[in-house]
Ligand binder design. Structure first.
Ligand code: CA
Length: 373
């Protein structure tokens, strides 16, 4: 082999080696030496409900499971019932302070911290469940709620809706508005303010103490939610009359509140998973409440012989007049309350005309149509 050929061969093997090396180098830029593992978040959620309480406690569990599975284990939320880590009404303090990352309850439980929060739960004679969910999503409710919860150091999400509630359990008949004089009743939120205006005494007791309070005679009446939840607490064992409609809470949302600093520290994908899970859990709870109330009302009527009664029209009319007075006075007490109240009332008033369709349909279905089983 001549020098020329030798050189050529050397050059060829050099090129070959270089090509291999550069290919490897090219690959190495695409294959990270070590895939950086995404951070795993192990969060606690404290609630105002007994662990796994139907509809309310289970909504928190459903939400947590959706987040845990949706994030493929990158965010693990463990749910605690009331009293397991903190008492029911101390859930907000625990989350505001950052001791616990998130909580689940009802906005009106926090009215002592920010008065405007109670309007987010429900307004007497206000919105139906569908209207309320729509107000939060399309009527500016989310933005206002975020401003309210920011004052408590939290991010806000709707996470559940009870559906239309019942008017409550009474141990005496309500025939006139005067029957509220001196009545001691568990009734939280704005509805409770109206009961006070009617001459009643209002106490706020969390779910776990309802039955013993009415059994012992500490209270004469109570409202909790509806058949599904009320049956679970056995309230029919201690109260005579079950009234409707739930004028005070025609629907009520539950809140998911997250410590704002912890929320801001989350990557965007986990923020999105939380937001979507809260929405999906709200829908799932709404569905569960309808099916659960259908069954539980049958049980209360047929098995326990509960006396279900409508409030007399005259009583409802007077409660409506009182509601108007109470809400006008309360909502003008601070700017944020005024803002949230006006926004909900606008949405409510815009909804009246459209809801005639639903009203007529429900009346017709009830009166004239009886399909065979
Ligand atoms: Ca209620």
């Amino acid at each position: 082999m001549g020098n020329f050929l030798k050189k050529k061969n050397n050059r060829r093997s050099f090129l070959k080696k270089t090509a291999l090396l550069s290919t490897a180098a090219a690959f190495s830029t695409f294959i990270p030496k070590k895939i950086k593992a995404a951070k795993t978040y192990n969060w606690k959620m404290v609630t105002t409900w007994p662990k796994n309480f139907p509809g309310l406690g289970t909504c928190a569990e459903i939400f947590a499971k959706m987040v845990n599975e949706g994030s493929d284990g990158k965010m693990n939320i463990t749910v605690f019932g009331s009293g397991e880590i903190v008492p029911a009404f101390e859930a907000m303090d625990a989350v505001s302070s950052g001791a616990i990352e998130m909580g689940h309850g009802g906005p009106y439980y926090w009215k002592g911290k920010v008065a405007a929060a109670q309007y987010l739960s429900a307004i007497p004679f206000g919105l139906t469940p569908q209207e309320q969910n729509s107000w939060f999503e399309k009527g500016g409710g989310q933005e206002i709620a975020d401003k309210i919860y920011e004052k408590m150091g939290c991010k806000f999400f709707v996470c559940g809706n009870t559906g239309p509630q019942m008017g409550g359990w009474y141990n005496k008949e309500i025939k006139t508005i005067e029957d509220y004089q001196g009545l001691k009743m568990r009734a939280p939120g704005l509805g409770g303010e109206v009961i006070k205006a009617a001459g009643g005494t209002v106490v706020n007791i969390h779910g776990g103490e309802l039955l013993t309070s009415i059994q012992s005679g500490a209270i004469d009446a109570l409202e909790w939610v509806g058949p599904y939840n009320d049956l679970a607490f056995g309230i029919h064992k201690a109260a005579k009359y079950y009234y409707y409609p739930g004028w005070h809470e025609p629907a009520a949302i539950l809140d998911c509140f997250i410590n704002l600093k912890k929320w801001n520290s989350l990557p965007n994908n986990l923020k999105k998973i939380i937001a979507l899970s809260a929405k999906a859990a709200t829908q799932q709870m709404t569905n569960e409440m309808i099916a659960g109330n259908n069954m539980a009302l049958k049980t209360l009527l047929n098995k326990h012989g509960v006396k279900v009664k409508p409030f007399p029209d005259e009583v409802l009319k007077k409660l409506a007049i009182l509601s108007n007075k109470v809400l006008n006075k309360l909502s003008s007490s601070d700017e944020l309350s005024k803002k949230v109240y006006k926004s909900i009332i606008k949405f409510r008033n815009d909804s009246i005309k459209r809801s005639e369709n639903q009203k007529k349909f429900l009346e017709t279905r009830m009166k004239y149509v009886n399909y065979e089983k």
